[in-house]
Every structure is written in structure tokens, then in C-alpha cells.
Ligand binder design. Sequence first.
Ligand code: DC
Length: 224
Amino acid sequence: MSINNFPQIAIDGPAGAGKSTVAREVARRLNIKYLDTGAMYRAITLKVIRNNIDIEDKQTLEEMLKNTEIELDEEKRVFLDDEDVTEAIRQPDVNAMVSPVSCISLVRRRLVGIQQKIASESGGIIMEGRDIASKVIPDAHFKFYLDASLEERSRRRLKEQLEKGMQLAEDKVTADIANRDKIDSSRDDSPLTVVEDAIIIDTTDMSFEEVVNKIVKEVGVRLR
Ligand code: DC
């Protein structure tokens, strides 16, 4: 893949580090595709919850994965078997279950396959998640790791949820993020890690604009 025509950018980091909003804006500025891989894990989790699937039951899980379609459109809406689940996948029940579901290798294999296909067919892409640089596109031209303190990440999530009209207790949001951090970083299959050649950006004291500008600048320096 040519770096100039088809730059591939990986953004990894823990929950609430600002990956989605930042990646979306960088994609807009560079005029490349954006893929939120967390939304795919969330969609599968929603299906697991709705169908009351026992995640230990590999056969049922495999059958479900085979018969599941996930689509993300250009407006960043998420479709699960043709149903718009954009809002449903951000609800507390999915937040609570998404990390355990993401530990399952069957789930990861299926989603990583879809993500790699999207990356290979796209003319330049920015993908964000937990294993993008380590697993999905290890040859990405640019690898960023976004981080922030737990307090700041909780504060951002709380604000985001308040804006959507959801009133959640601060300590509950902090506990949910800390729990997801722990599971996402300690699982056996593709845990959240900082790859050796990643540019680490601690966004705790940075504004959204500053983070976006830093990434666009780093990319711009290497593009013609
Ligand atoms: O980015 P997010 O918070 O929406 O992601 C939800 C969960 O999905 C996250 O807690 C772990 C999982 N995930 C993953 O395992 N690998 C990815 N590439 C993206 C997300």
C-alpha cells in the first residue's frame, strides 16, 4: 500500500482516551476512511445479550457469528443484521458485557478478518481500537497510542453520556472503565498493548484540537 495514496493509520488506546472523536476528525481532514472497530465488538455483544447466548457455548456462538452481518456506513451508523443499532450499542448493558465478549478468540478471528478486508480494499484508512497496530494492520504507516489518566477518561465519558441525556453516577463510570481496562489489557488473545514503533500521546491535558493537530502534523511530515 502506498503511503501517499493509501495511508494506513492505526490508533489504539484504552476506553475514553478520545480515539473515536479524534480519529473521525483526522479522517475528515485527510479525506480517508474511518473505522471504529470497537463498534463491531459492541454490535456482537448486543446480539449475545439479546439472544441470551451463553458465551461459553462455542457452537452456538460460532453459528451466531456465521449468521451475523455488521455494517458501518459513512455517517458512522452501525447496522446489525440490517437494523440500526447505533444508540443501542452505547448503552450500559453493552458496556458491561463488551470486554468479556471481546476476549473470545472466535469473535476476534471473525471481526479481525472483516477489518483486514475493509483495510485492504480501502484507499487509505484510519482504524481505531485495541489491537489495530499489533494485529489488524501491523504494517500500518502510522501507529498512535492515545492515553489519558483514568480520572480524565471517566470525566470525558460522563460528559458524553450527559450530552446524550444519560445520568450515570461518576463512580460507576470510573469503575466500568477501570474494569474494561483490566480485561482488555490482560486477555490472552491480542490484549491492548503499546507496540514498539507507536507514537504515544498522553491526551490528559490536551484539547481535542491539539490532539488532532498533532496526529495530522505527524502524518503530514511523512506524506508528500
Ligand atoms: O472502543 P470501545 O470502547 O467502543 O470498545 C469497546 C470494547 O471492544 C473494548 O472494551 C474492547 C473491545 N475492543 C477490542 O477488543 N478490540 C478492538 N480493536 C476494539 C475494541
